[in-house]
Design a protein around this ligand. Structure first.
Ligand code: SF4
Length: 363
């Protein structure tokens, strides 16, 4: 299997942190600013619209870099709690490099290194790891940590908390763990109706970071109707990457006969992209790779839009482009809906490991 990311990713990520330089475009396709979408080149053949931004977000780049650097700096064994990000190719790539994926900190021998995934963990997991003497490297996305901090703040102030999200998702399990006694999880406007709290005037809501913007809006509206004085986060919890990828799909859905999303089945934000397109009446499918594309889907299709969830590596998009080219979608146009140059700093254990490593060339 090819590498999930170029060898220089780690150094490129550090360069981004320092200089905020834009990432290189992976391959040469026609570029169209979205403002020009209505004047898309009409070719005789079939068209493939490649959406941008797509694929890896800053939290995923950071989490993958954390595992790679930890393996290089400390050597195996490095244990990773849960999938570092929800993508089977990324997990297999890192497993091949020596990462050991476990479901629980219970499975890690006392005193060994454990990395928490981008989705975050509950305080119970942190306490348990500390009792076991595990050396923790925390790859929780800073935007997930922001939601945890809000949960703690509202709970301390005596609010009942409503967490909007998918109750079994790793991120929701972690956030819920910050204040389990006062938090209830809801996933639909209907579920809001059955909520019961001690004081309806002291209720706050938070959300999972990777939800559908539209569906979350409906749930928040239902909450506001039931609890008119409900408080919310200062800025929305749905993250920039989730929002940007959904906005891009919305912008282009009417131009396409079919939308394909590269992403794994357990990736929340990837699934939401499929739903956004379907809600707009555009046929859409989630594919882990081009191998999942069913010939039937392409029958009678003139224009395909292609995007990728925040945990899907770009090489899978490139392979999908090549596959679709081979099926006649030779007019490939990249539509950049908005620029995206967000980068997060690395955890202190990793920064120290880099500082302690012998000088290396970025080439
Ligand atoms: S999808 Fe959003 S919250 Fe999740 S890792 Fe990426 S940036 Fe962070």
């Amino acid at each position: 299997m090819g590498s999930v990311y170029p060898k220089s990713t780690v150094f490129v990520a550090i360069l981004h942190l320092k200089k905020q330089v834009p990432l290189p475009t992976s391959f040469g396709v026609g570029k169209t600013n979205f403002g020009m979408a209505r004047t898309l080149t009409k070719a005789e053949g079939k068209t493939l619209l490649l959406l941008k931004p797509r694929g890896f977000c800053a939290g995923v780049v950071r989490a993958i870099d954390v595992v790679r650097i930890a393996l290089e700096a400390f050597g195996p064994p490095i244990y990773v709690r849960k999938e570092i990000v929800h993508n089977s190719f990324v997990v297999e790539e890192l497993r091949g490099k020596g990462a050991i994926f476990v479901d629980s900190e219970d499975e890690v021998p006392n005193g060994e290194r454990i990395i928490y995934s981008a989705h975050g963990v509950s305080p119970e997991v942190r306490e348990h790891s500390a009792r076991r003497g595990l050396r923790v490297i925390d790859a929780t996305c800073p935007l997930v940590t922001k939601v945890h901090v809000e949960a703690v703040k509202f709970a301390k102030e005596g609010y009942s908390l409503i967490l909007i999200g998918h109750k079994d998702h790793d991120e929701v399990v972690g956030t819920l763990g910050e204040a389990p006694a006062v938090t209830q999880v809801v996933g639909s406007p209907e579920q809001v109706q059955s909520l019961s709290v001690p004081d309806p005037n002291r209720v706050a809501y938070l959300t999972q970071t990777t939800l559908s913007l539209d569906e979350t809006k409906d749930i928040i509206a239902a909450l506001k109707k039931k609890f008119p004085n409900i408080k919310g986060p200062a800025a929305q919890d749905i993250c920039y990457a989730t929002e940007n990828r959904q906005v891009a799909v919305k912008q282009v859905a009417s131009e396409a006969d079919l939308l394909l999303v590269v992403g794994s089945e357990n990736s929340s934000n990837s699934n939401r992209l499929v739903e956004v397109a379907r809600n707009l009446g555009t046929n859409a499918h989630l594919v882990d790779s081009c191998n999942d594309i069913v010939a039937e889907w392409l029958k009678g299709v003139k224009t395909i839009a292609l995007t990728a969830g925040a945990s899907a590596p770009e090489h899978l998009v490139e392979e999908t482009v090549e596959f679709l080219r081979s099926k006649g979608f030779a007019n490939v146009q990249e539509l950049e809906v908005m620029p995206e140059n967000v980068r997060f700093g690395l955890p202190p254990e990793i920064v120290e490991a880099i500082a302690a490593a012998p000088a290396a060339s970025a080439d």
